[in-house]
Write a protein that binds this ligand. Structure first.
Ligand SMILES: NC(=O)c1ccc[n+]([C@@H]2O[C@H](COP(=O)([O-])OP(=O)(O)OC[C@H]3O[C@@H](n4cnc5c(N)ncnc54)[C@H](O)[C@@H]3O)[C@@H](O)[C@H]2O)c1
Length: 284
């Protein structure tokens, strides 16, 4: 039975996971590389809850209860008696392996270890622990408090008990789970990224303007966002990083990054976060 949660990494994703788990009544231990980032992550949660209060979607009592369920930690040792620890640090395989090796040593035998990685094989991360049966992928979507999906990723050695426990945990947060094999991109990204790459290729070929490509997919298919705006939102650098991982794994042109994407990233056009991608955000 999962009651006490640890979250390592309190950035965009980690802070969202902490918020929804604390909101569902779990005691959540938040761990970060530095006090400054921990302060920033927790302040972000408080700010999001303040906005929800302003909109009448939450009360001050609910905010106090959620914040009260969150415990700051400086040392991984403090996560020793957690039932589940979710890692959400930077997408760097060596940094993640270091964290899991340390967690494997300090956590009680029953603790399930999970990674929120988007692109690193779960089996590779689990292989540095002595608990491969209690190692799993739990892939949340951004922003975590809003997006309903969690992909539960089974590595070769993940046990059925582990899958069922984390599935129940994710559902208790109000999420819907889908089960995926441990292959790059799981379900959502392996389908989404080639679509985005195709949209960039068509734009590069001169099929239509960026605005018309986006409007076509929004209004013709009922998508909430066009593919080029979505690429700007995800980040052109992140999209290129993922495309290269897929191409490397599958050796299929379907996943090859269009030259335009590579040129734009090299020129510093990263999308919304840099103020310019397929569209200009500098004035917003
Ligand atoms: N951003 C997304 O849309 C998204 C979606 C799904 C999954 N993910 C995955 O979630 C993970 C985190 O992504 P993010 O967007 O939240 O990144 P982020 O950069 O916002 O946050 C990462 C945090 O990890 C902290 N950190 C780094 N090393 C650490 C360590 N050794 N110990 C403790 N904390 C450490 C950093 O200080 C930072 O606050 C990545 O694996 C990413 O692939 C991201």
């Amino acid at each position: 039975m999962i009651k006490k949660i640890g979250v390592v990494g309190c950035g965009q994703m980690g802070s969202g996971i902490i918020q929804v788990a604390a909101g569902a009544g779990y005691q959540v231990l938040a761990n970060e590389a530095s006090e400054v980032f921990l302060d920033k992550g927790l302040a972000g949660i408080a700010k999001r809850l303040d906005k929800a209060i302003e909109k009448g979607k939450a009360t001050a009592e609910e905010k106090a209860k959620i914040m009260g369920n969150i415990v700051r930690t400086n040392e991984l040792e403090e996560l020793a008696d957690c039932d589940l620890v979710i890692e959400a640090i930077v997408e760097d395989i060596n940094a993640k392996k270091e964290i899991f090796q340390a967690l494997d040593k300090v956590c009680k035998a029953e603790t399930i270890l999970a990674s929120n990685t988007s692109s690193i094989p779960i089996g590779d991360l689990g292989s540095v622990t002595k608990r491969r049966d209690r190692f799993v992928g739990l892939h949340f979507f951004n922003p975590v408090p809003v997006m309903k999906l969690v992909e539960v990723v089974r590595a070769l050695d993940t046990s059925e008990n582990t899958i069922q426990s984390v599935k129940q945990f994710a559902e208790s947060l109000g999420k819907t789970t889908v089960a995926a094999k441990d292959t790059p991109g799981f379900i959502v990204n392996v389908l989404l990224i080639p679509y985005l790459l195709d949209a960039i290729r068509q734009y590069e070929r001169g099929l239509a303007s960026a605005l018309d490509i986006d409007n076509a997919m929004k209004l013709g298919c009922g998508h909430p966002m066009g593919p080029l705006t979505l690429t700007d939102f995800i980040g052109l650098d992140t999209t290129l990083f993922i495309a290269d991982i897929f191409f490397n794994e599958f050796k299929d042109d379907h996943y090859a990054a269009p030259p335009l994407l590579r040129r734009m990233v090299a020129a510093g056009y990263m999308g919304m976060k840099s103020g310019r991608g397929f569209f200009d955000y500098s004035k917003k």
